[in-house]
Design a protein around this ligand. Structure first.
Ligand SMILES: *Cc1c(COP(=O)(O)O)cnc(C)c1O
Length: 466
């Protein structure tokens, strides 16, 4: 580190140029790893032993700090892009998207306003418009890339409640105190979190025997509801645990005919709309008022990015725009300020890595990559069904395969999961459905191979043996 303050920001000393090379070299090495080491977490005391105190008055120097991350603590983080990372929802960003993420960091773009970020926001908006067109939204649709699906759902629901409140106001009715939104028990936990933040209730609708929320169930639940003012109906297009797509047309028609905001949570699964194999499952998406999809899940973008799109962005704009004297200049005209469409102000142009990859490879490559996950899930599901002692919890619709081993309790799944992680083979954690333990393969990564999945299934026998 050079001693002067200017050097903090713009450092031309030989050591600094060397550090630049070292950082790029490491980034380049990491990009080239196939596969990267899976790695595993460490305890706090193990990490203290590795690092000692790193935040000091004098600083460690860049080379030492980089080495500490590269050679030590970096290995205490699991490589979610490892082809055998099969839990939760993996993240397998394209090389192009990862590369452009470096450029976003190097460029210091404020993505909240048109005034500051116009060029970048224009490109992000092209991606949002493309997603909107896949879903069947009109050209006037638009939105913003936010940090993740949780924030996307929250922001959409805030816009929905605002819009419902506005309608009542126009009719001269008072703001209700019993706001609620409707969704099913299979919906994502972020919806419960959103309800807590918004201080509203959730009205639960039952699912059918396939775990799907249907229009009929929504109609019945709405009819039976006396205690709440329901401002939104939320359907999931690809539940996280199973990949179940709700009956979007049925739910959408009921929501529309009751004049209730229809939101689709497609954080994981909306990407399936790109594949000719599953496109039909998304029939009725165009009835929604808003949707989300996380490109860091099944659209091969790096963390963290959620596309939030509104059919009528004007309502969301009214709900979310921040007004303050120091930012008043941003609100002068009718510029498209991304900050105005969600609960955020300062934002990184986090849609750009995804844009760059799309622009590089074209949409068709994405259709193929999504289809790969669907086909591999189908293939390994058939294998699971054919193996004695293994059974599918559900037939896969998208790229999640949930299954059980006869006679296993949670402890068996945990021991198996630890075995796989400890030897750096795979990351497959236990899950559960209705309190019954199970496990699942969430297949996103185009590098995930059938032969590796077979080896992982075979390794279950090692647990039985001890
Ligand atoms: C992952 C997920 C979310 C939450 O998204 P984050 O990006 O993790 O905040 C919401 N809904 C569904 C269906 C998801 O799969």
């Amino acid at each position: 580190m050079s001693g002067n303050t200017r050097g903090l920001i713009h450092d031309t000393t030989p050591e600094s140029l060397l550090l630049r090379d070292e950082v790029f070299a490491y980034a380049s090495d990491r990009l080239g790893m196939n596969p990267p080491p899976l790695d595993a977490p460490a305890t706090v005391s193990e990490l203290w032993q590795m690092t000692g105190q790193t935040v000091t008055e004098e600083g460690l120097g860049g080379s030492e700090a980089l080495a500490l991350f590269r050679d030590k603590v970096g290995h205490a983080t699991i490589s979610v892009d490892h082809p055998n990372f099969l839990s939760f929802i993996p993240c397998a960003p394209t090389e192009a998207a990862r590369l452009f993420d470096l450029i976003v960091s190097a460029s210091s773009i404020f993505g909240g306003s048109w005034l500051e970020g116009a060029g970048a926001v224009h490109l992000e908006n092209q991606v949002l418009s493309w997603l909107a067109s896949e879903v069947g939204f009109p050209e006037s649709a638009g939105g913003v890339f936010v940090q993740g699906g949780s924030l996307g759902n929250l922001s959409a629901l805030a816009a929905a409640r605002y819009s419902a409140g506005l309608k009542l106001k126009v009719q001269g009715k008072p703001e209700p105190r019993n706001w609620a939104f409707l969704c099913s028990k299979e919906a994502h936990s972020s919806l419960k979190a959103a309800a807590r933040v918004l201080d509203v209730e959730i009205v639960w609708a039952p699912v059918d025997e396939n775990g799907r929320l249907t229009g009929e169930a929504v109609a019945q639940t709405l009819a039976a509801n006396k205690d709440h003012t329901i401002f939104a109906v939320v359907a999931t297009s690809g539940t996280t645990n199973f990949g179940i797509v709700d009956d979007l047309r049925g739910v959408g028609e009921v929501a529309n005919s009751n004049d209730i905001w229809f939101h689709i949570d497609g954080a994981y699964g909306l990407a399936g709309i790109l594949s000719p194999r599953t496109r039909h499952l998304y029939d009725g998406s165009d009835l929604a008022d808003s949707f989300i999809v996380d490109p860091h899940k099944w659209l091969f973008a790096p963390y963290d990015v959620c596309a939030l799109v509104y059919k009528e962005p004007k309502l969301a704009h009214q709900a979310h725009t921040q007004h303050g004297e120091y930012i008043a200049v941003l609100q002068d005209g009718d510029d498209w300020n991304p900050s105005d469409f969600a609960y955020n102000l300062t934002r990184r142009t986090r849609g750009l890595p995804f844009w760059f990859s799309l622009a590089t490879h074209g949409v068709a490559a994405y259709r193929t990559a999504v289809t790969h996950g669907i086909e591999l899930a189908r293939r390994i599901a058939d294998e699971i069904e054919s193996r004695p002692g293994l059974s599918l919890v559900r037939q896969p619709e998208l790229s999640v395969v949930a299954f059980r081993r006869a006679g296993w309790d949670l402890d068996h799944y945990k021991r198996w999961s630890d075995l796989l992680l400890n030897r750096g083979q795979a990351f497959v954690v236990p899950s559960a459905h209705n309190g019954e333990p199970m496990t699942r393969f969430a297949i996103i990564n185009p590098l995930t191979e059938y032969s590796e999945l077979i080896k992982i299934l075979d390794s279950m026998d090692e647990i039985e043996a001890d």
